[in-house]
Ligand binder design. Structure first.
Ligand code: IPM
Ligand code: MG
Length: 371
């Protein structure tokens, strides 16, 4: 991560004396990877940071234990916390539940309830992992992209939506919706981030076909007037998907809608070697945030202690950078991750010849040792 980004927003007043975290491990590999991130938090505590952690259920485990993928207790805990650390949600055993009871709905609801409209998904290549990328090393070397995905509106939340019978057959429908205020606020965040990085912002939409995107383009151009130093470009999403694999290093910051950001961030993650490396931050307008790896719950490898915990650990670094405005702590964690990668420690998803294959918990221990 570029160190310039450390000052994305200036600290708001004094550093809080004690921070309160809601820890929501969730399903699948969630508990294993969150346990490694908690080891990192424990190091900070050992060194004097006052961190209170309280655990809650979300996703399938929320349904199993409390009958709801976002139990009231978890929502309350998360609203009272300064930040939320989340593992992952979902599993095949929940796929046949009524739609409102499925784990993914719990995740969407907590994003909406906490008003976490700005989702920051960095795609960064560690030089030693260039060989793990599916693209040629020279195409991805030095890659450092920040995708800013709108997270609480768009096709994911628009009404009407549903499946019903019309003219004797089933029809399915969703609504892509954006108000100008929703576009404006996420655009402001993206421009502010671009100012702290390479000062280039690419707004990705489909304005040649969708009215919603036409409005997106207009509003982003209006917001651009407030950031004359940032070079704004626009790109249709199909082209952006292509450019990301053709020449990904042309991008600095990308801002896009909920669905397009979901798709493009998965694509971008593979450029960096493994989806197991990428953290994310989801922020409200006061920089309160929820932090989670961008990958899912990986039920196929759950409970085997082989998952990559680095995305979750790096999510803790983002928490310190964005919510707590403690760049030094964020740098410390990120440097420890860089060090273990340089030392050759690899979970199986990023293992290539020559590395030392380690378990999830051993990777967590290695990061702790490097700190
Ligand atoms: C993500 C995930 C979620 C999303 C799913 C699990 C609902 O893919 O965070 O990218 O689509 O937003
Ligand atoms: Mg996704």
């Amino acid at each position: 991560m570029k160190t310039s980004e450390a000052k994305f927003r200036e600290p708001q007043g004094e550093r809080p004396k004690a921070v309160k975290l809601a820890v929501l491990p969730g399903d699948g590999i969630g508990p294993e990877i969150v346990a490694q991130a908690v080891k990192v938090l424990d190091v900070l505590k050992r060194d004097g940071a006052k961190i209170e952690m309280e655990y809650g259920n979300i996703g399938g485990i929320g349904y199993d234990r409390e009958g709801d993928p976002l139990p009231e207790s978890t929502l309350k805990l998360s609203k009272q916390a300064d930040a939320v650390l989340l593992g992952a949600v979902g599993g095949p055993q929940y796929d046949t539940l009524d739609r409102p009871l499925r784990p993914e709905r719990g995740l969407l609801r907590i994003r909406k309830e906490l008003n976490l409209f700005a989702n920051l998904r960095p795609a960064l290549l560690y030089p030693e992992l260039a060989g793990a990328s599916s693209l040629k090393p020279e195409v991805v070397a030095g890659l450092d992209i920040m995708i800013v995905r709108e997270l609480t509106s768009g096709l994911y939340f628009g009404q009407p939506r549903g499946i019903e019978i019309r003219k004797g057959e089933r029809v399915g429908f969703n609504t892509m919706f954006y108000s100008e205020s929703e576009i404006r606020r996420v655009a402001h965040i993206a421009f502010a981030i671009a100012m702290k990085r390479g000062k280039r912002l690419c707004s990705v939409e489909k304005a040649n076909v969708l009215e919603c995107s036409e409005l997106w383009r207009e509003v982003v151009a209006e917001v651009a007037k407030r950031y004359p130093e940032v070079e704004l470009s626009t790109m249709y999403v199909d082209n952006a998907a292509m450019q990301l694999v053709r020449n990904p290093k042309q991008f600095d910051v990308i801002v896009t809608s909920n669905l397009f950001g979901d798709i493009l961030s998965d694509e971008a993650s593979m450029l960096s070697g493994s989806i197991g490396m990428l953290p994310s931050a989801s922020l409200d307008e006061h920089n309160k945030g929820m932090y989670e790896p961008i990958h899912g719950s990986a039920p196929d490898i759950a409970g085997r202690d082989i998952a990559n915990p680095l995305a979750t650990i790096l999510s803790v670094a983002m928490m310190y950078r964005y919510t707590f405005a403690e760049a030094a702590t964020a740098d410390r964690i990120e440097n420890a991750v860089k060090q273990v990668i340089a030392q050759g420690y690899r979970t199986s998803d990023i293992w290539t010849a020559g590395g030392t294959k380690v378990s999830c918990s051993a990777m967590g221990d290695a990061v702790v040792a490097a700190m």
